[in-house]
Design a protein around this ligand. Structure first.
Ligand code: SF4
Length: 322
């Protein structure tokens, strides 16, 4: 049986991909999960061509709000990393990934534990060349004005590494964990369960979509005929409150029937969304497509769906008030 596919920071697998040419293996974690998953090793920094060994880098919030990965010498590695991320994410999405285990505190891989500085290296008390040493953590400053150190316990602001942030933004349904989140057997079991659910949904998605399309077609067919729509179940809220309360979907059937009969005004009276739903959805889909193309990134649909749901509920509350 196919196993869930899990992206993993290559250094955790014991590969010598870190800036200092060493690995940061997690043998216990790898041994525990290896029988149940298929690894997809990734190293954003070496795969982007930054080389091994390479200068360590840290994350800085620049004056324009961007977060950049900069070496102590001031070299901005962000364009190189961004180019690799933009080329890799579509392939990961197509190849089918169920989750990822990423290295804590890395400026590329961390999930919320990468130290974030304000400004640029050598300014605002930020670390410069002299503050790094070969024994530092993944791109971690040894000491910055007494506030930063190699570890999540240091006071300061932390954020996602550049690759982890892109992964969250572009494939939001993925299960993500840092190596340090999976120390106990219980944590690993829970993570594995999430991976298996994702794998099942990914595998069965085509069938689910076919079933959903068939159900929608059947519903549309029943709605198109007053004779058939008699067989649709009554609204439970309307029924149980003896007609005193309506639900957010009440009036939708009659609205659609009016719409199909060419009575646009009547459709709007029965249910505001019956009249406006299709053009609204078409506009949302068009806007979504244009935004993704313009920004060259994939925006999650969830934002639009929540907005549409909010508008629907607001329309329902207005009908209740009336
Ligand atoms: S933490 Fe990420 S970027 Fe750094 S060596 Fe490991 S895989 Fe590569």
């Amino acid at each position: 049986m196919a196993k869930p596919r899990v992206g993993i920071s290559a250094c955790l697998l014991g590969r010598n991909t870190r800036y200092d040419g060493r690995a940061k293996g997690a043998p216990e974690l790898i041994a525990a999960l290896a029988p149940d998953v298929e690894w997809v090793p990734l190293c954003p920094e070496t795969d982007a061509g930054l080389g091994v060994p390479r200068p360590p880098m840290d994350l800085y919030r620049l004056a324009d709000g961007r977060i950049a990965a900069i070496t102590p010498e001031g070299h901005d590695c962000t364009p190189q990393l961004d180019a690799w991320i933009a080329a890799t994410l579509p392939a990961l999405r197509r190849g089918g990934l169920d989750g990822a285990i990423l290295k804590a505190r890395s400026p590329s891989c961390a999930i919320g534990t990468a130290l974030l500085h304000d400004g640029v290296p050598g300014q605002n008390g930020n670390p410069g060349l002299a503050t790094y040493s070969a024994s530092a953590g993944e791109g971690a400053p040894k000491s910055v004005g007494g506030t930063a150190s190699d570890g999540a316990s240091a006071p300061g602001v932390f954020c996602d590494g550049l690759f982890a942030a892109a992964l969250k933004r572009d494939i939001p349904e993925l299960s993500l964990a840092e190596d340090e989140d999976l120390r106990s057997a219980a944590q690993r079991e829970l993570f594995l369960a999430r991976l298996r659910v994702h794998q099942r949904l990914r595998r069965d998605r085509r069938w689910l979509l076919v079933i959903l399309a068939l159900l929608l077609a059947l519903l549309a067919f029943m709605l198109s005929s007053p004779a058939l729509s008699r067989y649709l179940p009554p609204c439970p809220l309307h029924y149980l409150s003896h007609g005193r309360l309506t639900c957010p979907g009440c009036g939708f059937t009659r609205g659609w029937q009016a719409l199909l009969a060419g009575d646009w005004r009547g459709a709007g009276v029965y249910h505001p969304f019956a009249f406006r739903l299709l053009p609204l959805l078409a506009l949302v889909a068009l806007g979504h497509g244009l935004l993704c193309r313009w920004q060259r990134r994939r925006w999650p649909w969830s934002q639009w769906l929540w907005t549409a749901l909010g508008a629907w509920l607001a329309a329902w509350l207005l009908t209740l008030r009336g």
